[in-house]
Design a protein around this ligand. Sequence first.
Ligand code: NAD
Ligand code: DAU
Length: 335
Amino acid sequence: MKLLVCGGAGFIGSTFARQRLQEHGDEVTVLDKLTYAGREENLRDVAGDARFRFLRGAIEDREAVQAAITASAAEAIVNFAAETHVDRSIAEPDAFVRTHALGTYVLLDCARAAGLRYVQVSTDEVYGSIEQGTFTEQSPLRPSSPYSATKAGADLLVQSYFHTYGMPVVICRGSNNYGPYQYPEKLIPLMILNAIHGDPLPVYGDGMQVRNWIHASDFAAAIGHVLEHGEAGEVYNAGGPDEEANIVVVRRIIELAGASASLIEHVRDRPGHDLRYSLSSAKVRALGWSPRVRFSDGLEQTVAWYRENPSWWEPIRSGDYRAYYERQYGRSLHS
Ligand code: NAD
Ligand code: DAU
């Protein structure tokens, strides 16, 4: 297949691009704005592949999108492009509205004009928090943060293009991803790097919030599966095999990194913090997908990857990330 992968320089998009090139023989064009979270380095190992092309551009820029569709001769668009950090959406929601509402609209419109299949990558956060039980695709959308509300809005827009125009769209909603190449503003890489450097580990509130962890390689495979086998107009949830409370995850990272538990610091809770996410993946499992990586193994491999790849995270940790960290946590990083 010839694919246009929007947001493919980010954490999951680059995992997906690599997987499609190396395991499926697809041609992949990445269109990415390269925000603070997007990095061409994430695609370094496929940059020399003749079937790969990188284009810098925003999904809300119609000319850039049309040029990318033409250059890639795409048969399908897979849209990962998004602002993805909940804390940033609370502090500064503007870019979230622009990318998720306007960007998704422009992409859909261009895809429709070109007659392309379209996959929207979405999140379990659109369902809100669930204290008991598990969300299915039938659960109502009750997003809590500007991040999840704008992602939910994008999902509704995508569905409207199926209902109104009969466009072949599918939505794949994932639970919390982890693995190599994740920007260190997110819980797992932030805690790993702080543990390695002897910086305090800032746990929001009591740390009893639960997340449903999926390795990025498993989520990427689910998206590929839905791209190939999903029914037009349908939503597919892809949840990980394990759920864990944040404080348990942080303690395990400390163990794996050989750091001291005294680094744990309970800090002010996130406003509107969702207590628990949990996704049923029965529908996508019925299509033939299942997750392969258990959280205990994946977390150990992820800690090892960050230990072994300082050349990937050093430029981040010594750059703008430091100023972000000070704004968000009210303290600076040691080193
Ligand atoms: P990320 O922040 O690592 O990467 C996002 C990428 O999108 C970056 O490369 C960035 O430069 C690019 N981008 C942002 N705005 C853009 C725009 N306007 N035009 C073009 N490119 C733009 O994010 P991620 O964690 O890889 O998430 C990818 C997708 O998966 C998102 O849609 C997110 O909502 C969804 N998702 C993420 C998770 C998770 O746990 N990380 C879970 C479920 C779903
Ligand atoms: O559920 C899928 C979502 O998972 C994705 O759609 C989002 O893009 C992704 O960012 C993620 O959202 P979360 O808010 O769950 O992830 P985050 O890594 O920010 O936080 C995970 C949990 O850890 C959450 O309960 C908040 C807590 N936390 C986070 C940070 C950054 C802390 O306790 N301390 C921290 O410093």
